[in-house]
Every structure is written in structure tokens, then in C-alpha cells.
Ligand binder design. Sequence first.
Ligand code: NAD
Length: 230
Amino acid sequence: MRRVLVTGSSGQVGAAACAVLEAAGWNPSRFDLVEGQDVRDGSAVFDAAAGCEAIVHAGAIAHDSAGTPDEIVATNVLGTWHVLSAAEAHGVDRLVYFSSGQVFGFADGEGTPDSFPINDSFPLRAARPYGMSKRLAEAMCEMWTARTGISTVVLRPVMILDDATLARTNEADVEFGAFVHVDDVAAAVRLALESPIEGHIRMILCGPGPFDTSVAETTLGWRPTRAWQS
Ligand SMILES: NC(=O)c1ccc[n+]([C@@H]2O[C@H](COP(=O)([O-])OP(=O)(O)OC[C@H]3O[C@@H](n4cnc5c(N)ncnc54)[C@H](O)[C@@H]3O)[C@@H](O)[C@H]2O)c1
């Protein structure tokens, strides 16, 4: 079985991704702080990546409200450094990195788009710790690809909802009415691992709405299956 290291495997995305990957014949190696494994510990990440042909890096402090700026940078930036270093050291073929739709700098009133739909070519203007950490990590992925040739697929989901959170959320309560279902995100992870991709690429994941998902559609054949119920 093809072994894949999944960081953040106890979180919303990591758990869903592990289930999809297992069903598809992958052998996910789980790595999460709640299990005592820390991406801030470079040697722990190095050991965990041994024997893996791919890495899905979803482990992170997932919002500005979830940690101090120092904690966010240590986990999301230094943690990604450790993951990329381990990938290089072990000759891992592909890294799927979880960035965020927040890289553009429109979250929580930070800024306003000049036009819609928001697409992957928009300038990256996030300047708060979480959005900055994702911008820096995206750039590290790009530089690692340039230097080592490892393929890095950057996924940029907007707000991720599961069935339970979707049932109690209104379109008007969500920024730009933009969400993506966790099952669609997990499907994208499998496609990002299995599609014939070379180099570094970044793509928005969003349900039907104000974000353009054409890069994910073209590159992965991914399409959202879930939308707001009218
Ligand atoms: N949830 C969203 O709406 C959303 C939107 C866009 C992007 N993202 C990104 O997607 C990824 C997954 O998000 P999620 O919704 O599953 O978040 P989550 O908070 O449910 O899961 C994140 C997981 O990372 C783990 N983690 C935190 N610090 C760690 C560390 N130092 N070492 C190892 N593991 C650590 C946590 O224990 C948790 O299980 C994150 O990178 C997040 O930034 C999430």
C-alpha cells in the first residue's frame, strides 16, 4: 500500500482525508498534536516521513483566533519548513499543502476584492498572522519545488463545513457566502495525490459561488458536489 503522511490527521480535514485515502487503497500515517506529535519538532516530522511517498500537510493553527501570533508562525511556518525538509530528506514525490482562501486578504473585513469571482491569480494581501503564515508557507512550497523538483500542490479552501455545521449555517452568515464541504475537500486531497502534476500549483476550493475554482477543475478534474440548499 502506498504510504502517505497526513499531518493534522485528527482535525476536520485530516480525518476526512484519511478516510477517503484509506478507502482508495492508501496507507495514511497519522500525525497530530492531539496524539502527541508536533510539527514544530523537526526530528519527529523527519521520523514520521520515512517510507512515505507523499505528504498531506493539514496540521496547523487554523485561524487567527486559535493561537497567539508567535504560536501561529511557529506551527504554520516553521512546521511547514520541517515538513518540506523531511520530504526532501526522504525523497518524497509529492506534498499536498493546505493553505487557505484567506491568503488574498479578504477575511473578516481585512480587505475587499476589486472584482468577482476571486481567482487564483489575485494578489496575496493577507497581512494578519494566520493569512501571512499561509502566504509564507505557499512561498516555501514554491521555492522547494524550484530547488528540489518535489511537486507541491497547494489547496486553498474557503470556509470548510461538514453536514452538522452546514445544517446550522446560513449563506448570509459566511463571508461572501463561500463554503466548501469537507467531503469535497477530502476528494480534492485524493485527486491532488493521484493526478499527474509536476511542479508547483495553487488552487482555490469552493462550492458554487464567488470564488473561481477553474484551476482545480482543470488540473484535478475536481468539482464541488455540495452547495447551499435553497
Ligand atoms: N477549517 C476551515 O474552514 C479551513 C479553511 C481554509 C483552510 N484551512 C486549513 O486546512 C487545514 C485543516 O484545517 P481543519 O479544518 O482540519 O482544522 P482543525 O483545527 O480541525 O485541524 C487542524 C489539526 O492540526 C493539528 N495541529 C495543530 N497544531 C499542530 C502541531 N503543532 N503539530 C501537529 N498537529 C497540529 C490540530 O491538533 C488539529 O487536529 C489547516 O491547515 C487550515 O489552516 C481550514
